[in-house]
Design a protein around this ligand. Structure first.
Ligand code: BGC
Length: 739
């Protein structure tokens, strides 16, 4: 359905004008940092010429309000109808205020906080003239070699769906076009996270069973929450490129999931239909993408949709199909109010970008997303110490503290772990002395990537004297009461085009950790990463491990608050943490299969259990679960069972916990996973406090797609129920489902 205004516009447009609306260009400015040679020469000039000719309906990568207004004026002057452009951008984890990376936000298991964070990001984006975010990324990821695991919510469809809906609400607000909000663009449709070998962009083969039960649910949740856009994916899905896949973009996305917004390609992925050797040439690529269901092509230069005039002439596409896409794009512009006023207030933008409340939300998000993996003898929080040695290059790197996929950050105000600890230590009643050494050099990437152009110069550099630096690190660790070793992956080691062939701590970081531990000084490992790394040595030899991800603008302050006990960790892993790269892909929701009692012993040379299970995370407080009950021992197939449990903070300090509900279906039309997350609640419990938590298990939670019937089923069967603090919870009950 579109408005009379949109229909009137559509009727007065020529085919060429319509096609112009379906093209989106990158508008690259030269990066302030990094390598400008990565920007294609003449790109900006070519885009301005397209605007002047009415052959661009949307732009991406403009984040400066004055540039946005200037380009908007050019666009309006460039077409007879004065239709403004839609500005999209990768608002992934903040614009100026940088939040923890998406996988970290998912680790908070706190949908309200996630919604709030993306609402802040939307507010900043809208203030500078951005109308639409290429986010959230909803790709389920079960292979951590794939670098883009950092952009999503991890391995689980239930957690992924809750996080997806929260992000859409955060970006879009109460309705599409709400003040201070932007359109959400869930991506990449669909299955991109299952790239063969974890190699970014490589092909994906997914059974219908996996698609329906695991990979599509977060998209369904985002669409149900009203997402206005969806982005198609780069790779081949089951042998057909996702961007030219009519089954995917039409039958699944529109007919089965009910999506009514517009579909954008991934960058150059419509042109790519020719690169995949699927389309014969760019005209064929444009026609097949459009006919498959694509509405808007995102391109750097020379889009395939530029050839739609020709495709129209020779009958490869028809004007009704073009009209449908134009209608969707114009409706989005209308909903955002752009047809009336497309300009931004350049002064007001600065006030929004500098709103201190935004930075506070980012600090809180960093505190809530940290996951405490180990804390022997309650080494953390640190109390009664006189000195701390902080070690590791990333402890002192502002850029790495922020993580990948950000562009408009402010390095000056970014607080590193070292700065956070220094500021915190100085403010204590008995000040704590803080020393620092990087210890070992930063690792170097094998092949350059376009994403390097947004890096920075804070690597250790060529003149780094490895031997002398390691000795210095050992010296200051020996002299300190506690050592905090910050290790992990630099921000350019993860994200797009940053798949890894191992999960080892990169470079010489393990050697640093071993040297520090050998001094006998109690050692805390602070991990900065967006994927699980091989922590077997650290788990066996260090007393405390805190995963802080890439914690954002106020990250260092949050980490200091956590280390010294001003904040209490309560985050939980959104993925299974393998012991070794050879175990991946690995996820908790596997089926039982043959000889289930030996499922932890499938390898000759290593356990096949995880190092840390999905949903795991400690706190400084301790929790106990009791009185698990179901509302009724049996229910009809369409009935609801309420599961309730008491959660008690048994410790002497306040703390955070995430109560998690898992189900297992014992028999039926298909063999079902050993456990599936079907509910969770993040709780803040005071010392000694008990809260009764309830979960409603509806038919929706028990329904699944079965390859036996090639359809959705709801079995009459029995269910095991567990509630507890991770996917290994052992407090158990059961119920049956009757016909
Ligand atoms: C990525 C998308 C992103 C787009 C625009 C692509 O390379 O795959 O996730 O939104 O670039 O920057």
């Amino acid at each position: 359905m579109s408005s009379a205004r949109v229909e009137k516009l559509l009727q007065s447009m020529t085919p060429a004008e319509k096609i112009g609306q379906l093209i989106q260009y990158f508008y690259f400015r030269l990066p302030e940092r990094g390598d400008p040679s990565m920007v294609p020469p003449g790109q900006v000039e070519a885009v301005e010429a397209a605007l002047a000719a009415g052959r661009a309906g949307s732009l991406l990568f403009v984040t400066d309000p004055a540039t946005s207004n200037r380009l908007q004026r050019q666009a309006i002057a460039g077409n007879r109808h004065g239709i403004p452009v839609l500005f999209g951008f990768d608002v992934i984890h903040g614009l100026r205020t940088i939040f923890p990376v998406p996988i970290a936000l998912a680790a908070s298991w706190n949908p309200e906080l996630i919604e709030q964070s993306q609402a802040v990001a939307a507010r900043e984006a809208r203030a500078v003239g951005i109308h639409w975010a290429f986010a959230p990324m909803l790709d389920i990821a079960r292979d951590p070699r794939w670098g883009r695991i950092i952009e999503g919510a991890g391995e689980d469809p239930y957690l992924g769906s809750v996080v997806a809906a929260a992000q859409v609400r955060g970006f879009q607000g109460p309705h599409l076009g709400a003040d201070e909000h932007i359109i959400a663009g869930p991506k990449h449709f669909a299955g991109y996270g299952a790239a063969l070998g974890g190699r970014d962009y490589d092909e994906v083969d997914l059974s219908d069973q996996e698609l329906w039960n695991t990979y599509l649910p977060p998209f369904k949740a985002a669409i149900d929450a009203g997402a206005g856009n969806v982005m198609s994916a780069y790779m081949d899905l089951n042998g057909v490129p996702a961007t030219g896949n009519r089954w995917l973009l039409n039958d699944i996305l529109r007919e089965a999931l009910g999506f009514e917004g517009f579909v954008v390609s991934d960058a150059n992925s419509a042109r790519d239909l020719a690169a995949h050797h699927y389309a014969a040439d760019l005209t064929d690529a444009g026609a097949r993408a459009l006919n498959a269901g694509l509405d808007l092509e995102m391109a750097i230069l020379d889009p395939a949709f530029e050839h739609l005039d020709e495709a129209l002439e020779n009958g490869q596409v028809d004007i009704e199909r073009i009209d449908t896409s134009v209608r969707r794009l114009l409706s989005a512009k209308e909903a955002l109010g752009l047809l009336d006023d497309p300009f931004v207030d350049e002064q007001a933008a600065q006030t929004v970008l500098n709103d201190p409340a935004h930075r506070e939300t980012a600090r809180k998000a960093a505190e809530e997303s940290a996951v405490l993996l180990r804390n022997e003898n309650d080494l953390l929080p640190l109390t009664g110490i006189g000195s701390v040695a902080v070690l590791g290059q990333m402890a002192n790197s502002k850029r790495d503290t922020l993580g990948p996929w950000i562009f408009d950050y402010d390095l000056e105000e970014t607080v590193t772990v070292l700065e956070g600890i220094r500021a915190h230590a100085a403010g204590l009643e008995t000040p704590v002395e803080v020393t620092y050494a990087p210890g070992v050099p930063s690792p170097v990437r094998l092949f350059p990537s376009m994403f390097d152009m947004w890096g920075d110069g804070s690597k250790t550099g060529e003149n780094f004297d490895s031997e002398a630096e390691l000795s210095r690190a050992v010296e200051i660790a020996t002299a300190a009461d506690v050592a905090v070793v910050v290790v992990g992956e630099r921000q350019d080691m993860i994200g797009e085009t940053a798949s890894r062939s191992t999960l080892d701590l990169p470079g010489e970081q393990l050697a640093l950790l071993q040297a520090v531990v050998a001094t006998g000084t109690p050692t805390v490992v602070v991990l900065m990463s967006g994927r699980p790394l091989d922590l077997r040595w650290a788990e066996a030899n260090t007393p405390a491990i805190l995963q802080v991800w890439y914690p954002g603008t106020r990250g260092g302050e949050a980490v200091a608050n956590l280390l010294f006990g001003q904040a209490v960790p309560g985050g939980k892993l959104p993925f299974t943490w393998p012991r070794h790269v050879g175990q991946v892909p690995m996820h908790y929701a596997h089926t039982r299969s043959h000889d289930p009692s030996k499922q932890g012993r499938r390898y000759w040379d290593e356990e096949s259990t995880p190092l840390y299970p999905f949903g795991f995370g400690l706190s400084y407080a301790k929790f106990a679960y009791s009185n698990l009950a179901v509302s009724s021992p049996s229910t009809p197939v369409d009935g609801v069972v309420t599961v309730s449990v008491d959660v008690t903070n048994t410790s002497g300090r306040d703390g955070n916990e995430v109560a998690q509900l898992y189900l297992h279906q014992r028999y039926g039309t298909a063999s079902r996973p050993v456990r599936l997350l079907k509910g969770f609640r993040r709780l803040h419990l005071r010392a000694g406090q008990t809260e009764r938590v309830e979960f409603a298990v509806t038919a929706e939670e028990r329904r699944y797609w079965s390859a036996a019937t090639r359809d959705w089923v709801l079995d009459a069967t029995s269910f095991d129920v567990w509630v507890g603090s991770s996917s290994t919870a052992d407090l158990h009950t059961e119920f049956t489902v009757t016909d």
